[in-house]
Design a protein around this ligand. Sequence first.
Ligand SMILES: *Cc1c(COP(=O)(O)O)cnc(C)c1O
Length: 410
Amino acid sequence: MKPITDLIHHSYLPPGDFASPQFPVHKASTVFFTDVEQMRDRQWLDKSGYTYGLHGTPTTFVLEERLCQLEGAQHAVLLPSGLAALAQVNLAFLKQGDEVLIPDNAYGPLKTLVQAELANAGITHQLYDPMRVSDLAQRITAQTQLVWLEAPGSVTLEFPDLLGLLKVCQQHGVLTALDNTWGAGLAFQPFDLMPGSGERTGVDMSVHALTKYPSGGGDVLMGSVTTCRADLAKALKLSHMRLGFGVSGNDVELVLRSLPSMALRYDAQDHSCRQVAAWCLQQAVFAQVLHPAVAASPGHAHWRQLCAGDVVDGGLVHGGGRAASLLSLRFHSHVTPQQVDAFCNALSLFKLGYSWGGPMSLVVPYDLTHMRQHADAALLQGGFVRLSMGLEDPMDLIADLEQALRQALS
Ligand SMILES: *Cc1c(COP(=O)(O)O)cnc(C)c1O
């Protein structure tokens, strides 16, 4: 053999008994078969074998199984972003003439997806008020094929009666998909909302933006869809195959590496967020502190019921249940939009940027007026910002907020 061929077909194989903490990164487009029979017979749908990089590698199979463990599911597919995972569910289960229902406070890009690509494909949608189960119930028709759920809602963080909404969907035999990025498999169990009740009540599918807590670094984009139902898993995997959604082995490795510390990071950021919330509740400049553990925050009782928070102290639940790392603030109307912008610009530890779940705290100002159909008029008054806590010391975060307020309002 010529040296160049030998470089490709070199026969050396290292000893196989290598064990170390991290699972190896397998990367492939091509996967080899030993003979034609195997090429024809191998199955990837049930994970009994490998056929092509897009249909799974040992590395992607391992992450899928760990995500099933995290969320209490049986099957998973990986997508190149959280938004792609939301799109995948819509594309696998909706066709021309169908209708999909979306909560008014859904993750914004899900709304734009249904308004553009899905509308172009002849799929209609309605926005329901997630805080009124009866509003969802009256919108379900014979065309309704899928209902999206999110707890709490994006940006405004109202916590819905998830169980109530789910029961209405189940009574009508409509598929349910939950955007579970906030709960992350830690705050509650999406496939068993009443653990220990003897009755298993859960959503049909859970979508998780792994970009957030599972990655934890602010440097990976990935999403997943999990389910307990074999029929839904098969439909998802076949649609996933036809669409050609793949994820990079190196990105999967980063998520696998971060998963073991996810619960610790989640709890640290949650703790820090509640300390910041407690401080914000003392500041007269804020008309509202929106956070599910704040007693006056919309849907607080639903959060307590689902996420088992039970220790109330000074208008805020401390240390009970799980409540993630997000907090939104509505300023009183006397604070001008320019002052709200100046506040955001004056922050130094909180960086201006989208997303959450990484090591650095972030801030985003929002104009809610074009973002909500069903919101209370009061919610739309005054400047609005969302904070997400990173892993910094909460006392430093509070000092940063304090200096930025002083600078912006002076
Ligand atoms: C970030 C996010 C997504 C989308 O995740 P990407 O990976 O950024 O596409 C979806 N849903 C929620 C609730 C999110 O916060």
